[in-house]
Design a protein around this ligand. Structure first.
Ligand SMILES: [Zn+2]
Length: 236
């Protein structure tokens, strides 16, 4: 174990300050386009800086930074560091890694195409982007995904990965279909990190904040870039 390894801090959003709680809305219900209610995530990765976001690898090819790209459509506070990303993003990264392998090319997530908070201007109704379980991909290798042919080809590739993967059909209706990216989502998954001790009270714990540092997983995915590249070479 290296002391330079970036540890990922996991926080319970009920323990964050008032402003962050009002933006992230942990545990609150949001309706989707069909009127079904979904509970928003509560446990988040806390990302202290841009460098940390880049260094923290969720899989070989996906860093936390790739899911945190937002512009002025996101609340000003959530454009700053520390940033917060729901812990289920780790599952999304796993599926995107499989998708990348199936496509045989690099997969590029659009700005505002990863995690969007409930305060994000594109967060109208419950979209899995608010759970960190959805990615909008605008480019694969050198192919810009703007044609029906490309979008449908990669939609099929994504759906063939697993029955748990959903995509949006080609079309021009916002929120219903897509015409300039591939939307991949895993639905409304809430991840509870194993390091967290759950509590029934949905209130801040003033005496004992419920944050934890994620323990190391089996393989080292959080090493600095140089050592990380060497580790990747062994695998590929
Ligand atoms: Zn999307």
């Amino acid at each position: 174990m290296s002391s330079t390894t970036q540890q990922i801090k996991v926080v319970d959003a009920f323990d964050l300050d008032d402003e962050l709680r009002s933006l992230l809305k942990p545990g609150e219900m949001v309706r989707d386009a069909h009127g079904r209610r979904h509970r928003l995530p509560r446990y988040f990765y806390e990302v202290p800086s841009h460098d940390a976001a880049t260094d923290i690898r969720l899989t070989h090819h996906f860093g936390l930074n790739e899911f945190a790209l937002v512009d002025l459509k996101e609340s000003p506070r959530l454009q700053q560091f520390p940033q917060y990303i729901p812990c289920a993003v780790r599952l999304l990264a796993f599926f995107l890694e499989q998708f990348r392998a199936a496509a045989g090319a690099s997969v590029h997530i659009a700005v505002n195409g990863g995690y969007r908070s409930p305060a994000h201007k594109m967060s109208i109704g419950a979209t899995p982007h608010m759970w960190g379980t959805s990615a909008d991909i605008y480019r694969i290798g050198t192919a810009i995904l703007k044609t029906q042919e490309l979008i449908e080809r990669f939609n099929t590739l994504a759906e063939d990965l697993s029955d748990d993967v959903c995509v949006m059909p080609y079309g021009h209706e916002t929120g219903e279909s897509v015409d300039d990216h591939v939307h991949i989502d895993l639905g409304y998954i809430i991840a509870v990190p194993r390091e967290i001790s759950e509590d029934r009270m949905e209130l801040p714990q003033e005496s004992r904040p419920r944050f934890a540092f994620e323990e190391r997983r089996k393989r080292d995915r959080r090493v600095p870039a140089v050592a990380g590249a060497a580790a990747n070479e062994k695998v590929e």
